[in-house]
Design a protein around this ligand. Structure first.
Ligand SMILES: Cc1ncc(COP(=O)(O)O)c(C=O)c1O
Length: 422
């Protein structure tokens, strides 16, 4: 597309946007001037769907009016509450409904799945992750290795970009597995890297992992609701995610996981994973419910799951294909505008649309401390992104609620912040 760096052009794109009405379905936080922020931070915390408030209020009302009877008689009964989320999550992840479940939280789910899928034996003991992985993922993996009496120094392999590069070529991952796969028990890879915004070809990683006899697990924190996913078809073994970023389910919202239907393996258990028909017989033996539902441990957090129902309805209304189309155009427009700020800024995120979602990671060039000052100035201009040490501002125009005008105002404010902090 031929983009023009003017507000008139951005407004024309907004007018032509078939999804533009969805923005009104979200609460838009406002800055000191009373205007909505230019909110480009859905990669960290998505905005609140207005319907989330009603849904949470309905649960509170049912609790107030029904007490314990709400488990069966709430308007959405609490016992099978996860079923309200199943189809929407399956759509977003490209899974069969029985392969996904909303439960617990991201890192806890990662532990639960590693407990079942990481089976070091003989010389096949390693877990392969990316260098610079999100700290919680690394802590989970290192502690799982140590938990089994192995040494993370030896068994945790972190694949780094080449010297001077920010991103890891897909071939590097596949080549590593080709060469050393026999020593790798499990690959844990992000769908989108949180710091750089690089998206990976998960099908290629799953194929390479399986060719080498390894388990392929994915952390989709920055992918779900952002990128097209096809977990079933690519034969992923497992995946985990959170719902507070692109899924707009609110701070600390219920997480989720995918377990491919071909896996029926022992796993850590709790009463909510027991088959529903006999769960309340409270027998000592555990009979797992079919599919991912059998991996549940505890009864679902209704108040942190209700907003996700509201958000999934908006995804359904928008249609994943239309969302992705808008996302590519919107992020492309922001990229175009940010490129005009070179050499003060440099994009870390890949240029190829298949190698990124909507997040753009922008390196602020210049002396030490400039990036942080520019970021602070940007915030005072009511543009909300976030800061990652040592030099990066992350900005994500989210197709559900951001506009082309947001991209324009965000880039214009960054230009101003750069002038304020030379
Ligand atoms: C990639 C990744 N992994 C793990 C986490 C931690 O998530 P939680 O605190 O929900 O376990 C996050 C949170 O942002 C994340 O982005």
């Amino acid at each position: 597309m031929n983009y023009e760096p003017t507000l008139e052009f951005a407004r024309r794109l907004d007018e032509a946007d078939p999804l533009r009405a969805l923005r009104q379905r979200f609460a838009l936080p406002r800055g000191g001037r009373g205007e909505p922020f230019v909110y480009l931070c859905g990669h960290s915390l998505g905005l609140m769907p207005l319907a989330a408030r009603e849904l949470v209020l309905e649960e509170l009302t049912d609790w107030a009016q029904l007490g314990v009877l709400g488990h069966e008689h709430a308007r959405r009964p609490w016992i099978p509450y996860h079923e309200n989320l199943r189809d929407g999550l399956a759509q977003l992840t490209g899974a069969r409904p029985a392969e996904v479940v909303a439960m617990s939280s991201l890192t806890v789910n990662l532990h639960l799945l590693l407990a079942a899928f990481y089976r070091p034996s003989g010389t096949r003991r390693r877990i392969l992750i990316e260098a610079g992985a999100f700290s919680s993922d690394r802590h989970a993996v290192a502690s799982q290795i140590a938990w089994r009496g192995l040494d993370p120094q030896e068994a945790l392999v972190e694949l780094a970009p080449a010297a001077g590069a920010d991103t890891i070529p897909q071939e590097t991952i596949e080549a590593y597995l080709e060469e050393h796969g026999a020593e790798v028990a499990l690959v844990l890879w992000p769908g989108v890297q949180y710091r750089t915004g690089q998206a990976f070809d998960l099908a290629g990683i799953a194929r390479a992992a399986h060719r080498a006899g390894c388990v392929a697990g994915f952390d989709l924190a920055h992918s779900i609701g952002n990128m097209p996913l096809a977990l079933h078809d690519i034969d992923a073994d497992f995946a985990v995610w959170c719902s507070y970023k692109y899924l707009n389910a609110g701070p600390g919202a219920v997480g989720g996981c995918f377990i491919h239907e071909r896996h029926d393996r022992p796993h850590l258990a709790g009463w909510w994973g027991h088959e529903a028909a006999t769960r309340f017989e409270m027998r000592p033996e555990f009979h797992a419910a079919a599919g991912a539902a059998g991996w549940q441990i505890s009864n679902p957090p209704i108040l942190s799951a209700a907003p996700l129902i509201a958000s999934l309805a908006l995804f359904e209304q928008a249609g994943l294909q239309r969302l992705r189309q808008k996302s590519v155009a919107l992020t492309g427009y922001l990229e175009h505008l940010l490129d005009r700020l070179a050499p003060d800024v440099e994009l870390l995120t890949p240029r190829a649309v298949d190698s990124r979602g909507c997040q753009l990671s922008v390196r602020i060039k210049g002396p030490n401390g400039r990036g942080q000052r520019v970021f602070d100035a940007l915030t005072t201009l009511d543009v909300i992104g976030d800061w990652r040490e040592p030099d990066t501002i992350r900005l994500a125009p989210v197709p559900l609620y951001n506009t082309f005008s947001d991209a324009f105002h965000g880039a214009q404010a960054l230009a101003q912040a750069l002038r304020l902090e030379p």
